[in-house]
Design a protein around this ligand. Structure first.
Ligand SMILES: [Zn+2]
Length: 373
């Protein structure tokens, strides 16, 4: 009897699960122009763009890997042509998860060169700008940027008047300019605005499509929020006090983002404020960054480089990460945009670096030593 009850319960359970998954086996398709489509879905995270010509199909981003089936099915329904190109708006896993599937089938993966410091393998990696001809009348142009990440790529399709912004534009939660700071964010959005006109469609990496006027508002309000946070933090305010200030909340409302309750929870907003502070942190002008450049090796033998470029010190580890280190003094360097992580340098008697220690809030410590060549 017990067995029967259990099996009936399990049959009921499985029928519920099946009908729920059947409903969500494909993504929603929105037509942005004659041959450009936007794929979205509830709880799939990022957006996907599809450009279809007479014989070729180009995808802009490929979701997380666990949604591969949904993506593949939706594209098969949309077109009989094979996916020939994948363009990534940056190297994060939630935009590149199905790259390899299409790559194995012959698609060319195109990305900005800094994706080499992530898990993405690109076949055509460009430094600053690239334009490809997909057909006689469809051109796809790409421009590198540093705003959300070091591998940001603004993708523009002139004939359709559409710009895919990647995570430079995230209007379903708050803005995330954690690698480029406000300066990089400003540069990226100003470039995107310069491409278009009042009819251009700007597609978010996460969220919804907006026009140039809305994009300019997104930039202006974000700048105001960052200025407000930095000023109040400098005056001694902490993130809790800043969050309680009605001015912060009024500014946040002016962003016109469609946020879920979860995204406006005090914890999420407090973290947003803390990350603005960590992004806009000012460096100690007395520290000469060139003194830190070189090749280093962690105690597990993994090597990385500190590169001094454009008055920045970049940490570059192939296949792993690229981040900017900001000196608060000669021996302590914060990670731009990250909370509670820093690198501590120690020096020998002659003043040369003899070790670099990574310290996180979880109290873990990893020690690296410079490799003398
Ligand atoms: Zn993302």
């Amino acid at each position: 009897m017990l067995i029967r009850v259990l099996s009936l319960a399990s049959i009921l359970f499985w029928s519920i699960v099946t009908s729920a998954t059947e409903q969500h086996q494909e993504l929603d398709v929105t037509s942005l122009s004659e041959n450009v489509f936007l794929l979205t879905g509830e709880r799939v995270g990022a957006n996907v763009g599809v450009v279809i010509t007479n014989e070729k199909v180009l995808l802009i981003d490929t979701l997380v890997n666990k949604h591969s089936e949904k993506l593949i099915k939706t594209i098969e329904k949309l077109t009989k042509h094979p996916v020939t190109h994948i363009v990534n708006t940056h190297g994060d896993f939630d935009h590149t998860g199905v790259n390899e599937h299409y790559r194995q089938l012959g698609a060319l993966v195109i990305a900005q060169k800094n994706v080499s410091h992530s898990k993405v393998d690109c076949d055509l990696c460009f430094e600053d700008y690239l334009s490809i001809k997909l057909s006689d009348d469809v051109q796809v142009a790409m421009k590198s940027a540093v705003s959300h990440s070091f591998s940001d790529n603004i993708v523009y399709i002139p004939t359709a008047n559409i710009v895919f912004m990647g995570d430079i534009l995230t209007n379903i939660s708050h803005p995330t300019f954690y690698q480029g700071g406000i300066a990089g964010f400003n540069k990226a959005i100003s470039y995107a605005v310069s491409l278009g006109d009042e009819n251009t469609k700007y597609v978010a990496g996460h969220g919804f499509t907006i026009n140039a006027k809305q994009l300019e508002n997104y930039l202006a309000v974000t700048k105001e929020i960052a200025d407000f946070v930095v000023l109040n933090h400098g005056l001694g305010g902490n993130s809790e006090e800043i969050l309680k200030n009605p001015k912060f909340n009024n500014l946040y409302a002016k962003l016109e983002n469609k946020v879920s309750i979860q995204d406006t929870s005090p914890n999420r907003l407090k973290r947003f404020i803390d990350r603005i502070v960590a992004t806009e942190i000012s460096s100690d002008p007395q520290v000469y960054l060139g003194d830190y450049a070189g090749t280093y090796q962690w105690d597990d033998n993994e090597a990385f480089q500190l590169v001094h470029i454009d008055n920045k010190l970049l940490y570059k580890e192939l296949g792993q990460r690229i981040i900017e280190l900001i000196p608060v003094n000669k021996s302590k360097f914060m990670v731009r945009g990250q909370i509670g992580r820093y690198y501590q340098f120690s020096f020998d008697d002659r003043g040369s670096i003899d070790s670099m220690t990574f310290v996180t809030s979880e109290k873990s410590r990893y020690v690296a030593t410079p490799i003398v060549q």
